[in-house]
Design a binder for this molecule. Structure first.
Ligand SMILES: O=C[C@H](O)COP(=O)(O)O
Length: 255
């Protein structure tokens, strides 16, 4: 099964709208078109500008969160329909920073994943263990639970289109990336978990990224792994130079 690799930048809480426009100008015509999905997940305030600046170029735009309801008394929240009306195509759901600082739970992740599909958005669902869980040998047990709770109630057709990002929390923003072999091991396990939740066909199609201190000089080693279909990248996605080098490095790893 040939899966299209997907590289997504997650800008987190970085860049004004003007800075986002400048970035888009710098990268749009240089981004490789063939056989790779490229996404920038930006703060809400830059989404509209990015969609406009990147129209006709091979870079899709994603949000970093959303609410699951269509509308209502949820001060400060953004609905799925608000995102699609801008032309946003992806949404990160359940990033560990949202789970840690903003009370995101497996239940809200599941609601958001369903809402994303109901609106034609592709969810990038994040899972991953913390350092205590890793050291206690609990990584697989933990991510299995996160994955199964996230996909509960999705149809097989939806699950096939899902993107899962495996991001060990201890590797995020620390410079301590997981080895490519360790990441492959957990990601193959996540794929078998999807098979348990659905079937082998769904598991063969779901795309699973690695995230956590991915840089231009190590992305190729992840992309060489059979079950790793891309990366969710924070810090190294913030400058046009580094972002373009990531894409180059990713292409080199997936021949
Ligand atoms: O969403 C991205 C991850 O949190 C990874 O961030 P990082 O590449 O800065 O380690």
């Amino acid at each position: 099964m040939q899966r299209t690799p997907i590289i997504a930048g997650n800008w987190k809480m970085h860049k004004t709208t003007e800075e986002a426009r400048e970035f888009a100008h710098a990268v749009r015509s240089l981004t490789p078109k063939e056989n790779m999905d490229t996404v920038i997940c930006a703060p809400f305030t830059s989404l509209d500008a990015l969609v406009q600046e990147l129209e006709g170029y091979p870079i899709a735009v994603g949000a970093q969160n959303m609410h699951w309801e269509e509308s209502g008394a949820y001060t400060g929240e953004i609905s799925p329909g608000m995102l699609t009306s801008l032309g946003v195509q992806y949404v990160i759901i359940g990033h560990s920073e949202r789970r840690e600082y903003f009370a995101e739970t497996d239940e809200t992740v599941n609601r958001k994943a369903k809402a994303a599909f109901a609106h034609g958005l592709t969810p990038i669902v994040c899972v991953g263990e913390n350092v205590e869980q890793r050291e206690g040998g609990k990584t697989k047990e933990w991510v299995r639970e996160q994955v199964l709770r996230a996909v509960e109630g999705l149809s097989s057709e939806q699950a096939k289109q899902l993107v899962i990002a495996y991001e060990p929390i201890w590797a995020i923003g620390t410079g301590k990336s997981s080895s490519a072999e360790d990441a492959q091991d957990v990601i193959a396990f996540i794929r078998s978990t999807v098979e348990d939740g659905f079937d082998a066909q769904v598991a063969a199609q779901v795309r699973i990224q690695y995230g956590g201190s991915v840089k231009p000089d190590n992305i190729g080693t992840y992309m060489e792994q059979p079950d790793i279909d891309g990366a969710l990248v924070g810090g190294a996605s913030l400058t046009p130079e580094s972002f373009l080098k990531l894409l180059e490095g990713a292409r080199g790893g997936k021949k």
